[in-house]
Design a protein around this ligand. Sequence first.
Ligand SMILES: C[S@@+](CC[C@H](N)C(=O)[O-])C[C@H]1O[C@@H](n2cnc3c(N)ncnc32)[C@H](O)[C@@H]1O
Length: 208
Amino acid sequence: MSQFAKPSGFFGKILAYGMARGHRDFYKNAARILDLQKNDKFLELGFGSGIFIKRYASHVSKISGIDYAEAMVKLASEINRDLVESGKAEFRYGDVTSLPWDDNKFTAAVAIETFFFWPEPEKSLKEILRVLKPGGRLAIEMAYNNDDGLDHTKHIKQMGLQLRSGEEMKELLAQCGYSNISINYYQGLKMPIKGYIVPKGMIIKGFK
Ligand SMILES: C[S@@+](CC[C@H](N)C(=O)[O-])C[C@H]1O[C@@H](n2cnc3c(N)ncnc32)[C@H](O)[C@@H]1O
């Protein structure tokens, strides 16, 4: 399994900082679509470094996260130490296929650059729906996807990504019980000469 799918050890920690830097546009766009409010009870799936939470979620009322890389649980807890010590945030070790929370707990959830690694997407989406309160929202961000016009053969081979189009994601979320599903696109990661490396990043939003 690639370090992107499950960062571990010292290199995984360095990579997580690198991803947080490289994912700045992804975070910004996910935060715009999610529009977190003070009274939100927020869940992040596959939080990695936890830097999205530090930058865009520290104002909400409660924060929970789950990641199946032990190194990331440690790193995110360190990076958000104030939030953890005050009891506002918890970073749990575990897999998105089985969430350690009661039904109807969260008002908002996000998954940034992680959904395409999940081995059981349907089961995971149903688990997220279970822990969302009625009316709660989920945003799934994927910089690479099957609508972006790029050749992903190399990425699929190297990282084992499962890429989908917006319409396929819409169908999947609907099958899993989500409603009011919308697809949003953005451009990200602008490089000198090359231009945008992510020409059509995708964020799917659905409601319970
Ligand atoms: C590419 S990193 C993205 C991290 C972070 N969201 C960001 O954008 O900086 C993918 C993260 O998802 C986590 N992850 C992947 N599959 C998972 C699963 N099935 N359950 C829990 N975490 C998972 C990995 O451990 C890793 O931290």
